[in-house]
Design a protein around this ligand. Sequence first.
Ligand code: HEM
Length: 385
Amino acid sequence: MTNAVPHEEVLATLNDPGFLLEPAAFYARLRHDAPLVFVPPLQTWLVFRYEDVQRVLTDYATFSSRVPFPPEQTDFTQSVNFMDPPRHKSVRALAQQSFTLKRVEAMAPRIAEIARDLLDAVLEREGFDFIQDYANPLPIIVIAEILGVPTDDTARFTDLSNRIVTGDQAAISELATYFRGLIEHRKQHPGDDLVTALVQAHTEGEHLSEQELVDFCIVLLVGGNETTAKLIGNALLCLRDFPALRQTLLEHPEQTPAFIEEVLRLRSPVQTMQRIVRTDTEWYGQTLRAGEIIEAVIGAANLDETVFDDPNTLRLERKGRHLAFGNGIHFCLGAPLARLEARIALQHALERLPDLRPVDHAALMPVPAYGFHGVVSLPVTHGKH
Ligand code: HEM
């Protein structure tokens, strides 16, 4: 198959702010006309159809998670998300033993309290920034408390988290050093926190290695904060796009989880996941060579009209088959936490501020990388002043 969308156009569009804010139309064209594209400047293949994205995410025999790191990176290389079987299975089982549903659900009252505190701080203002003042801080505070990061360290922890998502290598090393210290401390002084539980986790004589432990702490921070913050922001964008749902959610808060699932599908915070090709593979008449990178474009798959009727419409009754949290062995370990945080954050915001909405005509700046979807800042009004 020859690609009906030239790779130069794909690359230019992927970096275009208009596309980053509203990617649906271009994704539809790619799914239809160019389902598998090689982009030479990125040295990367991209796939867009639901079935193909699902294959790349699940077929670890062909597509490995062991993607290369920058040569200077030493920490955050033994993280569960970069592993293949068999080690992936053991590390994931050990991690899951500690990062349990019970631990997550026990956080619900505290998440509600954090949401209330953050709203208290902005309520007196006529408007505020929904991302900077609310969606960003909430998941960071939550994960810091789950891990057992002492309150005195929260500011430093937040700063490191913010720097890491920009790819700051020094911040990765600094955070790894921080966690090594925290882990040592918990070995001597166990607490009722996740770091202590991870230190103690074992099955059949297996433990997490020191580096695996540190890297798991890092991935909880890196994998969970920006993504969940974007989800909370994207929920408000969806309410802007489907205004009739505001009243539905106010009258039927029990519908919020269904709403969040559709936000995840329509505006997936994680748009692509990378794999590395293990063996030469023929696909759509093209040859993927061993060692090449391939990106499964989750954001495009979740709008695939062959899987979702009327894919660009938010429907609360839709049955969730979206790939926003991945698929198969690497399915997001933090999905229950992300869902809980987003539900509580949205319910509290709407309950307190029923007229909360983005400021009309505010120029929205998308996250400047096509791997993520969301806005950097979202000025809102709430009519309460
Ligand atoms: C809306 C928020 C989130 C989204 C959209 C998201 C998305 C994803 C996706 C797509 C994957 C699959 C990676 C792959 O296939 O290579 C993943 C894996 C993972 N996520 Fe999330 N995530 C979110 C929140 C969180 C949170 C809150 C945490 C933890 C605090 C977390 C921790 C992880 C971990 C540890 C993995 C690796 C699992 C494995 O490789 O077995 N995520 N996430």
